[in-house]
Structures are given as structure tokens and as C-alpha cells.
Design a protein around this ligand. Structure first.
Ligand code: PLP
Length: 396
């Protein structure tokens, strides 16, 4: 009889989002007249920008014309998009060859698929609180996970410890869920740690477009030494509203080698075996993001989310609630007031002001007592949620 991958039995039910859905469903069924203010979702509320829409339309027309029609696309990405992305990095002073950029259908796919490149006996370090997929993908692969807790003391930005025993490490900066961003110096210490041990950093840059403090690194490749120890995984989901359109990209420098194996070459083998590339139409839409017009337009959309962040953080400031994030990231991570635990606070917000957030405990044990607000909602809903929060908590 075929033996399943028994590691799937070790997966914890996607308990966080399942439990949120159960609780909100039960509340809505009991209170059908009440509108819910959803400040928990990681999905965007604003549409694609006009430059992307017109590129998508033009690409559809190409597919209707025998002379301009495209069939299978190159597995690692269309040259026009790989070049556009490399040129975008060059503007920030990061020199990449276009064939160091791999086009993907999103960061989630890559964060898990990339694990094919590493021995299953290697241990994986996850800095917590963390995006739950890091743990899930490694549990499925049967890999040992080393959990590194962070907290208020280190600003949710822990430093490497020479005693840490792991060969793979996920770093997410700006971070989901905490919104914390590693400084150049802090990130450099992880790069040095990885090079010294021969480890590889999987750098999740899904939220780099939200950085406004330009002393902070958008890309790990801005740091010396990163080309020999890092893979960067990026996404247009939050940068340009591609959550439903799907496009991401992954940077694997040609200098990244271990045991005589070159990871860039290995990923070419992986992609040419396991995918047939991303749709021509979507890649044309994505290329429009990297034009001057596209960049200007996505900035306008991001500024809507940044304004949401301001509305929420002003409410938290007025209430004297500790938080991090919100400035260089689309998430706000706050300490639950009055010593409440994450789920108690969740229930209180749901039942008393119909605001739905995300309990921090779902991102790792050290997230207990914290709570995440997303800034991706509509401005109207965010404003109302902030007002309700002020009214509820002003008297403790
Ligand atoms: N990485 C982080 C930290 C995320 O929060 C998300 C989505 O919420 C992703 C990756 C996935 O992005 P994508 O939509 O490109 O799959």
C-alpha cells in the first residue's frame, strides 16, 4: 500500500484562521444585523492600478492576434519582466543579472517550493511571531524546526546567537505579523551569522514597498555578503494589489553555492521540471508595475493603506497602548490592554465593537498577549474601527 507523507499528520489544523472564522460566523449568526469591521485580513481592498489594467488589456489583445500570440512562456520568467525587475533593483544600487531573477506566481508558492533545494535533515530556524506558512511548509517536509522567540525587549528583531543550530532561516522584514523592520546593522549580523555557518537565509520581502524610512534595507542584497548566503522572495500581492492576479519573484544569486552545488542552477532545473511558467498576460501586467507610471500609481494606493495605519496608530497613541509597526509596514502589532490575553481581547473587540483582528498567539507562543491589525481595509471601515476602539478603551 502506498505510504503517504506521514509528516502531514504533524500539521496543526490551521487553527488561527479557522478559529477566527468560527467565532465570527457564530457571532454573525447570532447578531445578523451587526456589521463586522474586518481589520484582521491580509488581503487588499484597493483595485489594480490603471497602468497594470491597460497592460493586461493590451496583453489580452496580443493573445487574439496570430502574430503577437504567446504560447508557453519561459519557465523561469519572460525576459522582459526579469529585465524590468533587475533594473528596479539597480535603481536601489543592487546589481543583479536578469537570470538571477525568477518569476513566480506568488511568494507563498515559493516559500514552500524553494525547500526542494535543501536537504531534509537540515534544521530550519523560524523567528517568531511568524507568518504561519514557514512552519507549515517545513513540517510537511519533515524538517526539524528551531523556534526563536522575539519580544518587546528586542523590538521583535532578535539578534543571532552563535549557539543557534540551524542551516536554513526565514527572515521576514518588514515583518508579518509584527510590522518590525530590521535595520541594516541588525540584518548584517544575520548575514554574517549565515556566512559563518554556511547557512542560507530565505528573506521574505513581501512588504518591502511599505518601507518609508530610507535608512532601512528593502532588499537583503543591499548588504555586503548577502550574495553568498541569501535567497530573496518577493511578491506583487501587497505592493501592487496582485493577491488575486498572482505574481511574485525570487532572487537567487549565482554566487550562492554549498557543497559544490549552485542554487541558481538547481532552481533552473527545478522550474524547468516542475512548472511551465507564469501566464504571458499576467507577466505583462506585472511589468507595468515597474514603469515610472506604474510606480507612481502603486505609491498612491500604498498611501491609502498608510493613511489607514495613521488612523489606527493615532487611536492607539491616544489610548496609551504599546505597539510596533504601522510606519514601515502594513501591520500594527499591539500589546493587549489590561493584561488581556490575545483571544480575550479578540472576543471583547468582536462582541463589544464588532471589530475583527488577529490574535497574536496564532503566530507562535511568544505572540500571546499581543494582537495584529491589518491596514489593508477600506479607509471608511478603518476609520470607524478606530473610533470604536477609542470609545471602547478610553475608560480601560
Ligand atoms: N509572505 C508573507 C510574510 C505574507 O504575509 C504573505 C501573504 O500574506 C505572503 C508571503 C504571500 O504572498 P503571495 O500572495 O505572493 O503568495
Amino acid at each position: 500500500m502506498i505510504r503517504p507523507n506521514m509528516h502531514y499528520a504533524d500539521l496543526k489544523q490551521s487553527y488561527l484562521f479557522y478559529r477566527i472564522a468560527q467565532k465570527t460566523k457564530a457571532y454573525s449568526e447570532a447578531n445578523p444585523e451587526k456589521h463586522l469591521y474586518r481589520m484582521g485580513i491580509g488581503d487588499v481592498s484597493q483595485p489594480l492600478c490603471p497602468a497594470v489594467i491597460s497592460a493586461l488589456h493590451a496583453a489580452v489583445e496580443d493573445q487574439a492576434d496570430a502574430d503577437r500570440f504567446h504560447g508557453y512562456m519561459p519557465e523561469c520568467g519572460a525576459a522582459f519582466l526579469r529585465e524590468a525587475i533587475a533594473a528596479h533593483y539597480a535603481e536601489r544600487g543592487v546589481a543583479l543579472a536578469p537570470d538571477e531573477v525568477f518569476v513566480s506566481s506568488g511568494a507563498s508558492d515559493e516559500l514552500g517550493d524553494i525547500l526542494d533545494l535543501f536537504d531534509r535533515d537540515s534544521a530550519c530556524l523560524v523567528i517568531e511571531p511568524a507568518y504561519p506558512a514557514y512552519v507549515g511548509a517545513n513540517v510537511m517536509a519533515g524538517r526539524r524546526i528551531v523556534h526563536l522567540a522575539s519580544g518587546i525587549e528586542d523590538g521583535f528583531l532578535p539578534a543571532p546567537d552563535p549557539k543557534l543550530e540551524a542551516e536554513l532561516i526565514y527572515i521576514c522584514s518588514p515583518n508579518n505579523p509584527t510590522g518590525a523592520v530590521f535595520s541594516r546593522l541588525q540584518l548584517q549580523s544575520w548575514v554574517d551569522w549565515a556566512n559563518a555557518r554556511g547557512a542560507v537565509i530565505l528573506f521574505d520581502a513581501a512588504y518591502e514597498a511599505f518601507i518609508e524610512d530610507e535608512t532601512l534595507p528593502h532588499s537583503i542584497f543591499e548588504l555586503p555578503g548577502a550574495r553568498t548566503c541569501a535567497i530573496e522572495i518577493c511578491s506583487l500581492s501587497k505592493t501592487a494589489g496582485f493577491t488575486g492576479t498572482r505574481l511574485g519573484y525570487t532572487v537567487i544569486p549565482k554566487d550562492l553555492e554549498r557543497h559544490g552545488m549552485n542554487f541558481n542552477g538547481m532552481w533552473v532545473s527545478n522550474r524547468t521540471t516542475k512548472t511551465n511558467g507564469v501566464s504571458y498576460i499576467i507577466q505583462r501586467g506585472a511589468a507595468a508595475v515597474f514603469t515610472p507610471e506604474g510606480q507612481r500609481q502603486i505609491r498612491e494606493t500604498i498611501s491609502i493603506y498608510k493613511n489607514n495605519a495613521r488612523v489606527l496608530t493615532e487611536a492607539l497613541d491616544a489610548l496609551g497602548i504599546w505597539y510596533t509597526g504601522g510606519k514601515n509596514a502594513p501591520y500594527i502589532w499591539l500589546r493587549c490592554p489590561g493584561g488581556m490575553d490575545s483571544w480575550e481581547f479578540f472576543d471583547r473587540l468582536l462582541h463589544e465593537i464588532q471589530v475583527v483582528g488577529t490574535p497574536g498567539e496564532g503566530f507562535g507562543a511568544c505572540g500571546e498577549g499581543f494582537f495584529r491589525f491589518s491596514t489593508f481595509g477600506s479607509p471608511e471601515e478603518t476609520m470607524e474601527a478606530a473610533n470604536r476602539l477609542r470609545r471602547l478603551l478610553k475608560n480601560g
